[in-house]
Ligand binder design. Structure first.
Ligand code: RM4
Ligand code: MN
Ligand code: MN
Length: 430
């Protein structure tokens, strides 16, 4: 669309908030200095931290029951890129986006790459989709894809993943994320052992097609759409597969893909320890794969995940670099606002995780001083780093209050004028 948010609008919004920010930043700087922390160094780290937006997240995803699309929904990948670029323009935390195929299929990927570059975007992991049948597809995934009992179906699913790698190469991506919905709905319906064998064979065929500098991210999920058993249901299955496939295969942790009480930060620590933590899909959940906005339900859990990441970075050095991506479905909010809010909250957790005295924490742990260790760990979470992350955004050229600037810009109204309404009624994505 022709409408873009002007730099002068962002500058005007920033100017209104500048005096208060200066005050709050100086005060936080003094508080952190008392703890031996340099606020500018932490702000620089926050400014350098990026998370990818999901192209499927800028439209209203809905639920399994209904979709209530809002005005100005993106009609295809070119519109989605504009929305992702707007999120990046205001937050400066999301310079990459993660596409999903065949949803984002086009006839000319050179043109798509050029358009993204013109908008200041690059591509993160490409996602394959064998959890749905596509129009005109010869064989159905009703009873599975990469693990189907019929070799011809498996070959079709493998070919789709290999095609995704080819598309990703044209887009400058370096990773393929594979999530399958394969599983069973009845005890006895499927051989739990043979289904996993078929998964290993199929993913090995995809692995062989992977360029040397690529990664294959295996995403597990507890249940849904299969409700009795899911082939890659947990991090153990994912790890076994990644180990079996080789060094280019790693595990992807989607925060919503675990049972409610599972200790996700411990999974993060385990996978990082063995070099198999490939990436994240950030979101939040209360019951299942709710795809709620990051940190909207459990900000402490997100913080704990980032604490483990800080520990892993200390232990493993700069080679430790998982992919950070958002995976959300928006039902009652403007998706652009939700994604900006999540990017801000993820940056907040990243910043807070830097505020822990790691040496003192390790000493308290060694001395079995549980309460001191807990208080040291919690110190970061209890610090309001809002001025720090706002200042980091400002220094990177973004908006101090991205959601306020977005609302003031009239972007959504312009999108509604320039993009004809999408038909309502269909159910959303899983
Ligand atoms: C799945 C999973 C995948 C995502 C799809 C749309 O539940 O989270 O990452 O690609 O949803
Ligand atoms: Mn996911
Ligand atoms: Mn999911």
């Amino acid at each position: 669309m022709s409408f873009r948010i002007s730099d002068s609008l962002i500058a005007e919004n920033n100017a209104e908030l500048a005096a208060a920010l200066d005050d709050d930043y100086a005060s936080l700087a003094r508080r952190l200095a008392r703890r031996g922390l340099d606020i500018d160094a932490i702000a620089a780290k926050v400014a350098a931290f990026h998370v990818a937006t999901p192209t499927w997240g800028v439209g209203t995803g809905g639920t399994r029951f209904a979709r209530f699309p809002g005005p100005g929904e993106p009609r295809g990948i070119f519109d989605k890129l504009e929305d992702c670029a707007t999120i990046q323009q205001l937050t400066r935390a999301t310079p990459t986006c993660s596409p999903h195929f065949p949803w984002d299929k086009v006839s000319d990927y050179g043109e798509l790459a050029e358009r993204a570059a013109a908008l200041g975007l690059r591509f993160d992991a490409v996602n394959s989709n064998t959890f749905q049948d596509q129009a005109g597809q010869p064989l159905s995934y009703k009873f599975g894809s990469l693990t189907h009992t019929d070799k011809a179906v498996r070959e079709q699913a493998i070919a789709h993943n290999v095609e995704c790698v080819e598309i990703g190469r044209a887009l400058g991506s370096k990773a393929l994320t594979v999530w399958i919905g394969d599983g069973s709905n009845f005890a006895g319906q499927s051989s739990l052992a043979r289904a996993f064998d078929r998964y290993l064979d199929s993913t090995a065929a995809i692995y062989r097609a992977l360029p040397d500098d690529w990664r294959m991210l295996l995403e597990h999920k507890l249940f849904e759409p299969a409700f009795y058993s899911t082939v890659i249901s947990d991090w153990g299955s994912s790890y076994l597969a990644a180990q079996h496939l080789g060094p280019k295969a790693q595990c992807l942790v989607d925060l919503g893909h675990h049972a409610p009480t599972v200790n996700i930060e411990q999974i993060v620590a385990r996978l990082a320890r063995f070099g198999k933590l490939g990436g994240f899909h950030f979101n939040d959940s209360k019951y299942g794969d709710d795809d709620l906005d990051a940190a909207s339900v459990s900000p402490f859990r997100l913080y704990l995940v980032f604490r483990e990441l800080a520990e892993a970075r200390r232990a493993r050095g700069p080679s430790f670099s998982p992919s950070y991506m958002i995976d959300q479905s928006h039902n009652v909010t403007d998706p652009i606002e939700s994604l900006m809010q999540s990017a801000i909250e993820i940056a907040r957790a990243r910043a807070q995780a830097q505020l822990v005295d790691a040496e003192a924490l390790a000493a308290a742990q060694e001395a079995n001083d549980a309460l001191t260790a807990h208080r040291l760990l919690k110190a970061g979470f209890l610090t309001d780093v809002s001025p720090l992350i706002a200042e980091a955004r400002l220094r990177a050229g973004g908006a101090l209050d991205p959601i306020a600037a977005y609302r003031a810009s009239g972007y959504r109204a312009a999108a509604a004028r320039e993009r004809p309404a999408v038909a309502a009624g269909s159910a959303g994505i899983v």
